[in-house]
Structures are given as C-alpha cells and as structure tokens.
Design a protein around this ligand. Sequence first.
Ligand code: KG4
Ligand code: ZN
Length: 337
Amino acid sequence: MSILILAIESSCDVTSAALCRDGRILSNIVASQKVHEQYGGVVPELASRAHIQHIVPVADAALKEAGKSVNELNAVAFTRSPGLIGSLLVGSQFAKSIALALNIPLISVHHMQAHVLANLIDERRPSFPFLCLTVSGGHTQIVVCDSPMDLKVIGETIDDAAGEAFDKTAKLLNLPYPGGPLIDRYAKSGNAQKFSFPEPRIPGLGFSFSGLKTSILYFLQERTVVEPDFILNNLNDICASVQDRIVTILLHKLRKASRQTGIREVCIAGGVSANSGLRHAFEAMGKQEGWNTYIPRFEYCTDNAAMIAITAHYKFLASDFADLSVSASARADWVTG
Ligand code: KG4
Ligand code: ZN
C-alpha cells in the first residue's frame, strides 16, 4: 500500500502544508506572515490569526499541487510542539478535524525532530548514526540520530539560540525583523577579520550567545560615540565579523561532538542552516575532518511542512499514531509522541 500524508506546520510565523507519498515530497506550500515586520518580532496573537486565515488555502494549494484530493489521504500530521501555543492550536485543531472527518490516523510531530529529519528528504542522505547541528530561531542543539525515531540531544544552548543571536544583532544594527537573512546578505561584501568578538568558554558541548550579544552592544555604543554614522559606514564589515564569530562558535562545538562520538556523518538543519557563511564553513570543516556533510535544500532549512511530512512518514511506518485527545504543547521537551 502506498502512504499519502498531509502534514501541517504552524508552530511560529509560517503556515505550511505538504503532501508526501511513500517518503517522497509531492508539494510544500509555505505562507510567511509579513504582519510582524513592523513590530520587530513575532506577535503571538497576530500569528494565530494569520494561521487561521492561511491554513485552508495553504492546505488546499498543497493538495492541488500534488494532484491529490482529501479522500486519498492515509494520514494527517501536525506539529505538536514546541512553539507558540496559539499558533500550534490552529494546526492541531485543523489536523484533528481532518482525521475525524475522514476517519484516518493522526500523527503528532516534534518540530525539532522534524528539522533534523529534513536531512532525510532528498536522495543523498546521511546513514545512521549521524550528528546534526540544529540551529533555529528558538533552539541550538547537537543531536545524535541513531534512527529516525531515536534521537538524543548531546549539547544545547544555555541562553539565546543562534537565530536569536542573528536577529538581536540585526536589531542593534537597526535592521528589520527577521534580521538573520539580512546579516547574511551584507556579510557577503564585508571583511570578517575587521572586528573581533569573543568566543564564550562554555564547557562540554553547551552553547551560549548572550555574552556575544552584550559585547556587540558595548562595541557599537563605544564606536558610535566617536563616529555617529559608524554602523552605516561599516555595516558589511560588522555583519561579516559577527556572522563569522557565530559560525565559529557553532562549528567548534560540532567538531568537538564529532571527535567525541567518532561520528563522521554530519548534518546541519534549521533556519540558520540557510546562512551562506555557515554552509561554506561547514563544508570546509567537513573536508578537513573527513566528514560526509549534509545540508537540507534551502526551502527545507527554514520552517516548512515537508520536514513534518517526512517525520510523519517514519512515524506511520512505526505505527506511532496520536489520539484525538492529544494536545499541542509550547514546551520543548524532547517528546516524539
Ligand atoms: O527554523 P526557523 O525557520 O524557525 C524556528 O523554528 O525558529 O528559524 C528561524 C531563524 C530566524 O532567527 C532567522 O533569522 C534565521 O533562522 N535565519 C537565518 C537565515 N535565514 C533564516 N539566519 C542567518 N542567515 C540566514 N540566511
Ligand atoms: Zn523551526
């Protein structure tokens, strides 16, 4: 029997729906929410309302693009946690309604597991066990993946996430939200050696980005006293230097994790893995260290439903279904149920 799954992602400010047949993605529709830009960050209540407006047209478009009708679905999946509770509720209620109406299985998915498994979407994929550095707006983790259902977090941030480090730096530079992609763009024409920022000394495989943020703040305050247009005159070099430091913090820990575990199948995932500086430096480190490196296609790095669909596919194979009473959860506990 072939398995056709409709998957929904609505954990933050992206409404997305994807169709997947036997582990192959047929469509992946993503509607991002512009409404937050003017506030410099995601406004939870506005996000929930936008999800309500987007979810039916987005799911409809995903079905159309795949050339499928709802009656052909074998299961429906949704992001259960972590995320903004109001946003998660929209996706979970939508998926439950479809499961109930069509009498098909419901599959709940952990967003961070899905970011990792985005590396299993394309033909060229890592073999098990593999390591994954997952870097998003809310999380920074190093995960050992022994099988699609068996993941263990071996390192994570003790304060800000890597994406937050990008976004908060962008805010200090008066750039609009989300600033990560803009820092990436300006950094391309900048000199990464121009300014230097400290690397935190965190033991083991832990990360910390709050000290970096403070040092950037003081650095900018000092320089603008002397030169009021300092940011404007040095934007590219500041972006390149900050990006270089964030990337080296991430990759030094990833190298440590690989040397400790002896695992050389290494992936990155999450919104920040769309960063061109990280992608290049990761490939370069992979060559030095003798890794096989994997990065999801660009559209599968930032939030999307294709990664929810591929995770749901493996959960379907494991008969790991959710009850209609399952509730969305804002918390990040590593649950696969
Ligand atoms: O995974 P994601 O789409 O959503 C969460 O689960 O959080 O990640 C969003 C984060 C934001 O902080 C955004 O600024 C960052 O990913 N991001 C980037 C780039 N594209 C997205 N950061 C740096 N460079 C990029 N090109
Ligand atoms: Zn995400």
